[in-house]
Write a protein that binds this ligand. Structure first.
Ligand SMILES: NC(=O)c1ccc[n+]([C@@H]2O[C@H](COP(=O)([O-])OP(=O)(O)OC[C@H]3O[C@@H](n4cnc5c(N)ncnc54)[C@H](OP(=O)(O)O)[C@@H]3O)[C@@H](O)[C@H]2O)c1
Length: 298
């Protein structure tokens, strides 16, 4: 069984690779697992890629993608989150996988994937999911909630984390819980018969549905000091602040961030699900626990 991993250079992808690495030897009677790492920049991958097949993979180049996916049974499609053309890129990658004979695609989607949403990228995730549903291949969709790891990245140099005004909530999830779930799903699929995951859409949420203000307080409780503070902004205020703070950031990305403000404010991401418990056997780390384990020593 050979699994092609997209997005392996991202922080999530690196964790998924680490999880699979421990299992990519013959184990538990399963057939040997081979990994092929896809990246647009294979030359930048050596440290990560030691001992693995590496293939040049740019979703924009269907012919090269098809070539890179040959002999692969499963393809982890990580979204090209920062590219405005992402739906077209994902369509290319899905078609290339079908042409290459891939049997099963696992797509890393987002909780806000729906038609009726303020999130432009939520609609894009949904469009990719639809493409998969009509692809004729086996597929599994993993929709992850807002990552607590990503929340911390939103801080400025004074530790201020901006969030939407109001009482909108998010079931923040630890990236580690998402990557562990992806690893488990891929291993099950590799064991044969789709691992019971074919045609499934999983919704991964953390155990608590919190406002951003409460999530920031939970971070500080976990760390044991008031390292971060929260500032509530309207979407327009967020747009102005981000443009000022990050003048070199693509407008599309700033719009994505402020769309997220609006969607949280409207309660769109306030969803709870038991899928993490079903797949991983526990409800996931709370923001406070995650901060204690991951941030306290940093
Ligand atoms: N749920 C959440 O709150 C949340 C928040 C942030 C991110 N995420 C998820 O985490 C993952 C990584 O996000 P990130 O912010 O860390 O993104 P990132 O650093 O920009 O990484 C994007 C990854 O996608 C690959 N990629 C991008 N465009 C590509 C293309 N045209 N062809 C092939 N590969 C392409 C990149 O591969 P190469 O550069 O090696 O080619 C890279 O590994 C994504 O799956 C994203 O959906 C989730």
């Amino acid at each position: 069984m050979r699994i092609a991993l997209g997005g392996v250079t991202s922080s999530m992808g690196t964790e998924i690779l680490a999880g699979l690495s421990e299992l990519s030897q013959p184990h538990g009677g399963a057939e040997q697992l081979h990994l092929r790492l896809l990246t647009r920049h294979p030359e930048a991958l050596p440290a990560l890629a030691e001992g693995y097949e590496v293939a040049s993979g740019n979703y924009s180049d269907s012919a090269a993608m098809e070539q890179s996916l040959r002999d692969c049974d499963v393809f982890l499609l990580a979204p090209a989150v920062r590219d405005p053309q992402r739906v077209e890129l994902h369509r290319n990658a899905i078609r290339a996988a079908r042409e290459a004979g891939v049997q099963h695609i696992v797509y890393l989607s987002f909780l806000g994937a729906k038609e009726d949403t303020l999130l432009g990228y939520g609609k894009d995730h949904l469009a990719t999911e639809e493409e998969l549903r009509h692809s004729g291949m086996d597929f599994t969709i993993i929709r992850a909630a807002f990552l607590m790891d990503y929340l911390v990245q939103l801080r400025d140099e004074r530790g201020i984390i901006c969030g939407p005004k109001g009482t909108g909530t998010c079931p923040f999830i630890a990236q580690r819980d998402v990557s562990d779930t992806v690893v488990g799903v891929l291993i099950d699929i590799a064991a044969g018969g789709g691992g019971g995951h074919s045609g499934k859409t999983y919704i991964l949420t953390g155990p608590e549905d919190l406002t951003v203000a409460d999530a920031v307080s939970a971070l500080n409780r976990g760390i044991g000091e008031a390292r971060y503070s929260y500032r509530g902004l309207t979407r327009e205020e967020a747009m102005q602040l981000l443009q000022k703070q990050r003048p070199n950031t693509h407008r599309e990305l700033i719009e994505q961030a402020t769309e997220t403000f609006a969607a949280v404010e409207a309660g769109e991401l306030s969803v709870t699900s038991k899928d993490l418990r079903k797949l991983l056997g526990y409800d996931g780390l709370t923001v406070e626990q995650w901060a204690k384990f991951v941030l306290q020593s940093n």
